[in-house]
Write a protein that binds this ligand. Structure first.
Ligand code: GUN
Length: 297
């Protein structure tokens, strides 16, 4: 019989977080609903679907959203920044999110740095990332914050453990390394940050007590990348064509069949980290709303 590995159900944890937000919005009689603005450039299938999920989730818990869509052939970096500046000045908008990826001609980091720090619900701007490194309060990027919530929910302490992250982006790898090395209860990990230039990757990933995969290589990580009894957090969500009516299925970076008999626990794809990213965005939006309306956040 195969090893009974535990499934880390991000969707369940996300529902707990979303219900807390919904309850607070119903319980406290705020004068208006929180509001988040989404800016999307172009019609990339995954981006369209992610923003739609964020809008739907916001609506279902009592958060308003505004969606602005731009033509990638027409919008310039400067024009996108002007749009952001308008939202920065708009007192009815609490949070601003620019969906990545952007067209090559627009620098995502420059764009993120234009968002007012107190409306930067993705936490990708220089001020919030700097504050994260300084261990000061601010907005924490949603996927890394979601991974920490997942570990908390399942009582998996990263303290003193070797966490190996295969991703060095501002969205996942770098902020997650900062979070997990904080001097705090759900930090204190030893972190190795790997990327496309890392030599002998399997030798590195096999050292992981907790392995975080986010490199968009569906099914790539098989048993020879994984230490027995490791915790595996799979952030990969790639659309793989499968001939179904939808045309694709979502696949993580781990070869689930191959690694699940070996690991102690694993996040499923879908239903793992994805829903947590959305839930933490809602939490950040509520926090932005409170900050701007002088409620304790
Ligand atoms: N693209 C993939 N993940 C994210 C995210 O968390 N935020 C934004 N803005 N874009 C993304």
């Amino acid at each position: 019989m195969s090893h009974p590995c535990k499934l880390l159900q991000g969707r369940v944890v996300a529902d707990v977080i979303l219900n807390e937000i919904k309850d607070e919005l119903q319980r406290v009689r705020f004068q208006r609903s929180p509001c988040v603005a989404f800016l999307r450039v172009g019609n990339d299938g995954a981006s369209v679907s992610y923003v739609a999920q964020k809008e739907k989730m916001a609506r279902s818990i009592g958060i308003k959203s505004i969606l602005k869509i731009f033509d990638p052939a027409k919008i310039t970096e400067n024009q996108l920044m002007e749009e952001i500046k308008n939202f920065n000045l708009d007192p009815s908008v609490d949070g601003i999110l620019v969906q990545a990826p952007l067209p090559k001609a627009i620098d995502f980091v420059n764009v993120c740095n234009t968002i007012a720090p107190n409306k930067d619900v993705d936490g990708f701007g220089a001020e919030n990332l700097g504050r994260l490194l300084q261990e000061k309060s601010g907005f924490t990027p949603c996927t890394p914050a979601g991974i920490v919530e997942l570990l908390k929910f399942y009582n998996i302490s990263p303290a003193g453990k070797h966490v190996v992250i295969v991703n060095r982006s501002l969205i996942v790898g770098k902020p997650l390394a900062a979070l997990l090395t904080k001097h705090s209860l759900w930090g204190n990990a030893t972190v190795t940050l790997c990327h496309s230039q890392s030599e002998n990757l399997p030798q590195l990933t096999r050292q992981a007590d907790i392995l975080v995969l986010a490199c968009g290589k569906p099914g790539h990580f098989d048993a020879h990348f994984v230490k027995p009894e490791a915790i595996l957090i799979d952030v990969g969500i790639t659309r793989v064509p499968d001939g179904s009516p939808q045309g694709y299925s979502l696949q993580g970076d781990a070869n689930f069949e191959a690694v699940s008999p070996i690991v102690q626990a694993i996040t499923p794809v879908p239903g793992g980290v994805g829903p947590l990213t959305v839930a933490l965005l809602m939490r950040n939006t509520l926090k932005a709303f409170k900050l701007q309306n002088n409620f304790a956040a």
